[in-house]
Design a protein around this ligand. Structure first.
Ligand SMILES: [Zn+2]
Length: 301
């Protein structure tokens, strides 16, 4: 904590900003936060003690301080900058040393009942699969994060703790280059990462029907390497949802209306309109949605 205070103080001094001119310090932190109490409940990557973070910062600097999950703050930034594009129900998915998500539902940031909602990276991709930083096995993050890709490329045991694997940006750039040079093992690791991401996103779409999904974080630099797997996972997982009824909303549109098996059931007439009655044309499902949402402008959150 003293180190954090020192960094903020140094920043203010360096830029000659008197503390009296700062109305609030907002601290973005990876992990689970309880924003009502300013408490850090769990962090996978930051070596700070669990507990109150903004309280001591505020006390030491005499400036009001608050704290939120870092990807939530990215989603808030997008919403604040362009509420027309990033409004309603949308998600920001962060890919780098971990995988996180900031989620808006009906125009409001969603954090769940206790601040740990929208943990996209820790949704399960593979039951009993590779070890995740959270301690569980098979999370999406355990296939998509930097450490996961490095672990797969180097053929390290899937239960090797992520805390023992910490590839830096330079290492990841070198891996990306090896993949682009055609090295099979590296290409396969990125393909598997894309699959995990695509399947995960298909579940998110089935659950929440978001208008837009923006990807951000260092891992986006390797998106071309994940793209084939991503599309495959998304299309296989999209199933009976994300169809033509979304086409004007920029999610996964361009689907041709088709009747799914549920609409042939006797109780189909009693189903709400738009629920499981259309499905996307195979091969086109992923295209519009995320081409539109993954434009470079969206990736600089
Ligand atoms: Zn996890």
């Amino acid at each position: 904590m003293p180190r954090l205070v020192e960094i903020i103080r140094g920043y203010l001094v360096e830029r000659a900003i008197p503390p009296s001119r700062v109305s609030e310090i907002s601290i973005a932190i990876p992990g689970t936060t309880d924003e009502t109490t300013g408490t850090l409940l769990w962090s996978p990557t930051v070596a700070v003690e669990v507990g109150s973070v903004p309280g001591p910062v505020s006390e030491a600097l005499g400036i009001r301080a608050s704290m939120t999950n870092d990807v939530n703050m990215m989603a808030q930034a997008l919403h604040s900058r362009d509420p027309g594009r990033f409004g309603g129900t949308f998600a920001t998915i962060f890919i780098a040393y971990g995988v996180g998500m900031g989620l808006y539902i009906n125009g409001r940031l969603f954090t769940g009942a206790f601040g740990s909602g929208a943990e996209f990276g820790h949704a399960n991709h593979m039951p009993g699969g590779a070890l995740c930083r959270c301690g569980r096995r098979g999370c999406i993050e355990a296939y998509v994060a930097d450490y996961a890709i490095y672990r797969a490329v180097e053929n390290l045991p899937p239960d090797l703790s992520p805390t023992e694997i910490d590839p830096d940006a330079e290492t990841m750039r070198a891996l990306e280059q090896r993949a682009r040079d055609g090295e099979d093992r590296v290409r396969m690791a990125y393909h598997q990462a894309g699959l995990a991401l695509g399947y995960g996103l298909s579940r998110l779409i089935a659950l929440l029907n978001p208008q837009r999904v923006a990807f951000t974080g260092r891992g986006v630099a390797a998106f071309d390497l994940m793209e084939a797997g991503f599309r495959a996972g998304l299309e296989r997982g999209a199933g009976g949802r994300a169809g033509a009824h979304d086409r004007d909303r920029g999610v996964l549109g361009r689907g041709r209306p088709r009747r799914c098996r549920h609409s042939r059931r006797r109780d189909a007439a009693a189903r709400p309109r738009g629920v499981c009655q259309l499905r996307p044309r195979p091969g086109r499902a992923a295209e519009a949605g995320w081409r539109r949402s993954a434009r470079p402008a969206d990736l600089k959150a």
